[in-house]
Design a protein around this ligand. Structure first.
Ligand SMILES: [Zn+2]
Length: 83
């Protein structure tokens, strides 16, 4: 009997979906989705805080998240930026 062998080779990319804690509501519900080479969508599943973040250079989700938190703490992101 021929068993169908399916080898799943997963290319490990730097865009692994991870959940971060939200600077607005404190819940670990923030996802950073890479939308392009220089665009990421940051959204909190709890408080619906959403930000389209444009950046230059190459960044990983964690870098984008860190900058998002910095900007949020600096008051540059308003929580009424909701979807
Ligand atoms: Zn939140």
């Amino acid at each position: 009997m021929g068993r169908r062998r399916r080898k799943v080779i997963r290319v490990v990319r730097r865009t692994l979906p991870k959940v971060f804690s939200c600077p607005n509501c404190g819940v670990s519900g923030v996802k950073v989705q890479m939308k392009g080479e220089h665009l990421a969508l940051i959204s909190c599943g709890n408080c619906k805080l959403t930000l389209n973040y444009e950046f230059s250079g190459r960044k990983e989700a964690i870098d984008v998240y860190n900058e998002f938190v910095d900007q949020f703490m600096a008051g540059k992101i308003k929580s009424e930026q909701r979807m």
